[in-house]
Design a protein around this ligand. Structure first.
Ligand code: SF4
Length: 330
């Protein structure tokens, strides 16, 4: 098999990661590259393993996403979808990850088998019933609330879109790769959650299972460009929506020629910033400068939630999280 090449690509989440902590970007994009190989250096294998871990927020988000997508597919196929069924699908996924973590197979195949960040970093013991119940309770409550709001508040509103449109098939990051398009030879990844296409609309939805963030609007604007470039949809047909499942709110995000132009500029600037960290600034070569050139953040609250604490030797940041949990930090 031909050797895989680490080609330069861009996504909104990578840009955000780079802005928050360049070192984290380094681990994600370069320090972990090739870590799937048995003979890769130990540090590279570790970075690759850490990269795959999921924390409780990500687990709840993935479980809800899977259940919501499945529900939409069923409804489009003329079948009924119910809250109970979706909850069971989400729970099955979560139970599976818990078992996979306990079995430890992620150590040799972290891509296929789940590893839970809080257990990996001993943030609680699986043998402590109280701590375990608190961790599981957080996820359970979030999943139940999100799915409850999806069925109670969002789905009734969405049915008119579903009745008049088709669900656009989307690339899967886990198998075959996510959706992407190309600008100036650079591959841009776009990961919209759900897209419904009708005669006069290309409706892109991003499901959110956590708190609202201002940058989310810019994230979905990149999906608008994806719709234009990959599907040839004119801007006035593109509708973008952020749907916050924790409280069932729905935020429409304006998209037009001007938004597209600003988003292009944002991508170009971000690519330029990242290329400063590459040898000769050469995107086609895509070889990073030494790791030390990718600065570590001094925001310990980011480290406390980061998978790469072990490589950065910043496990001490977890005390920050503890203080946060006990209300000593805001
Ligand atoms: S542990 Fe901190 S410094 Fe290291 S990659 Fe993560 S956020 Fe950056």
């Amino acid at each position: 098999m031909a050797e895989l090449k680490n080609t330069f690509c861009w996504s909104f989440s990578q840009a955000k990661e780079f802005a928050a902590c360049p070192r984290r970007y380094y681990w994600q994009r370069y320090g972990s590259w090739g870590g799937w190989e048995d003979l890769a250096p130990k540090g590279v294998r570790l970075a690759y393993r850490l990269k795959q871990m999921k924390n409780r927020f990500a687990l709840a988000g993935t479980a809800v996403d899977l259940a919501v997508k499945r529900a939409l597919e069923k409804i489009k196929a003329g079948e009924e979808a119910t809250f109970e069924e979706s909850l069971e699908e989400a729970s099955e996924y979560l139970r599976g990850i818990w078992i996979q973590h306990q079995e430890g197979r992620w150590q040799s195949n972290p891509k296929r088998y789940g590893c839970i960040k809080e257990l990996y970093y001993n943030e609680f013991s699986p043998n402590d019933p109280e701590a375990r119940a608190a961790w599981a309770g957080f996820i359970k409550e979030r999943v139940e609330v999100c799915l409850g709001n999806f069925y109670g508040m969002i789905l009734p509103r969405l049915r008119k879109y579903l009745a008049n449109g088709t669900l656009v098939p989307l690339g899967d990051p886990e198998s075959g790769g996510p959706e992407s398009f190309t600008i100036g030879g650079i591959k841009i990844f776009a990961l919209p959650d759900s897209v419904i296409q009708s005669e006069d609309k290309f409706f892109i939805i991003d499901w959110k299972t956590g708190r609202g963030q201002q940058f989310y609007a810019h994230q979905v604007e990149v999906y608008g460009i994806w719709a234009q470039v990959k599907h040839g949809v004119p801007p006035d047909m593109i509708e973008l929506a952020l749907v916050y499942l924790p409280d069932g709110t729905w935020q429409n995000v304006r998209y037009d020629e001007e938004t597209a132009r600003q988003t292009f500029d944002f991508i170009r600037e971000s690519v330029r910033d990242i290329s400063d960290k590459l040898k000769g600034g050469d995107l086609s070569l895509n070889e990073p400068l030494n790791m030390e050139n990718f600065e570590q953040t001094d925001r310990l609250e980011l480290c406390a939630h980061c998978n790469f604490m072990e490589l950065c030797q910043r496990q001490f940041a977890l005390t920050y999280k503890e203080e946060e949990r006990h209300g000593k930090r805001k």
